[in-house]
Design a protein around this ligand. Structure first.
Ligand SMILES: Cc1cc2nc3c(=O)[nH]c(=O)nc-3n(C[C@H](O)[C@H](O)[C@H](O)COP(=O)(O)O)c2cc1C
Length: 335
């Protein structure tokens, strides 16, 4: 089955079986690790455990109520844009199994922030839900700020934290928004808007693993200046280095963001750099190539406070969430 079709098939099956009485409780019993020691308190929120579902899996907030039974400590919906958009032409999601990776160029396909609210109003889970926001592809970078502000205002009452996504390689020139003056202005404005709301919502910035050290230094400076709540490191990479898959296949797949095992090392390096260089000045959510409990522990050791999974979840299934949580507990027991 084509990977994108498989995605909808699997998640629709999950929704279907979740309607059978007793199944959600059974899934929770199978996958959840209930232990107070896994709880994490960050930016005013309490996470049941530090293992989250990364953005892009449930872009439109269709399945988060059902996914909540698989043992996650939090779920990030989005990337949402102000207007609905179909994204790039299909096929746009490719498995490179030899490398345990995915290449995608979805291009922010989503039904729009206002549409997502319909389903966010029907929240049946007490898990922390993050809202990842972006700009429409048709919006020029000069006008991007208004898109982020629109999403922030629209979703403010319905999500627990926000992620400003300027690091997706599949929307033309989006990664150019990682530019410091733009981010200082945008994040500063979102912080100001937060002050006008009943309850301020934490704001995180999601960065690409392709930033070099001097760009990472700028990220540290941006967090210091804007006082946002943290960083998500990292998004997919445009690099195609050190792959086992036949280069002809890689060339044929063409553009897209690479995720999974091939990004494990680089994502960890970025987390370690940010954590060490900033003297652990802000929380970091570590994501990129977590396919085993050991991979997750490595991210936490490098300085991540929470982790997220996407490609590892596709390859390993929900058992991975439980494995990671149990490994964290085992490690706590040892020390
Ligand atoms: C098919 C696909 C779609 C994605 N869509 C988004 C997205 O909409 N917004 C976003 O911030 N990240 C998106 N991501 C990136 C993931 O959230 C994550 O940062 C990246 O895949 C690295 O983690 P992983 O190796 O565990 O997959 C997407 C990833 C994949 C594979």
């Amino acid at each position: 089955m084509q990977p994108e079709k498989a995605h909808y098939f699997a998640t629709d099956c999950l929704t279907f079986i979740s309607k059978i009485p007793g199944i959600p409780a059974l899934m929770s019993a199978m996958f959840e690790v209930k232990d107070k020691r896994l709880e994490r308190k960050l930016f005013g929120l309490t996470f049941k455990n530090p293992v989250g579902l990364a953005a892009g899996f449930d872009k439109d907030a269709r399945w988060y109520n059902e996914l909540a039974h698989l043992g996650f400590g939090f779920i990030e919906i989005g990337t949402l844009t102000p207007k609905a958009q179909i994204g790039n032409a299909q096929p746009r999601l490719f498995r490179i199994t030899e490398d345990h990776g995915l290449i995608n160029r979805m291009g922010f396909n989503n039904l729009g922030a206002e549409d997502a609210i319909k389903r966010l109003k029907d929240r049946k889970t007490n898990l922390v839900i993050g809202g990842n926001i972006g700009k429409n592809t048709a919006t020029a970078n000069e006008d991007a700020l208004a898109d982020y502000v629109f999403n922030f205002n629209t979703l403010h009452d319905y999500v627990d934290y926000f992620v400003v996504n300027v690091s997706c390689p599949n929307v033309k020139d989006l990664t150019k928004l990682q530019d410091t003056p733009f981010l200082l202005n945008l994040l500063g404005q979102l912080k100001e808007i937060n002050k006008t709301k009943k309850k301020a919502k934490p704001i995180l910035l999601k960065i690409a693993p392709d930033l070099n050290n001097s760009q990472l230094d700028e990220v540290i400076e941006i967090v210091a200046q804007t006082k946002i709540d943290g960083i998500i490191a990292a998004n997919t990479t445009t690099s195609r280095e050190n792959l086992k898959t036949d280069p002809k296949i890689i060339t044929k797949i063409a553009n897209g963001g690479l995720s999974g095992k091939p990004v494990t090392k680089r994502a960890t390096e970025v987390i370690r750099y940010l954590s060490e260089k900033s003297n652990k000045a802000f929380p970091i959510i570590g994501v990129g190539g977590i396919h085993s409990a050991a991979d997750a522990l490595e991210k936490l050791d490098a300085g991540a406070d929470l982790v997220q999974i996407y490609t590892g979840f596709i390859y390993e299934g929900p058992a991975l969430i439980k494995e990671i949580n149990q490994a964290i507990l085992n490690k706590m027991g040892e020390s």
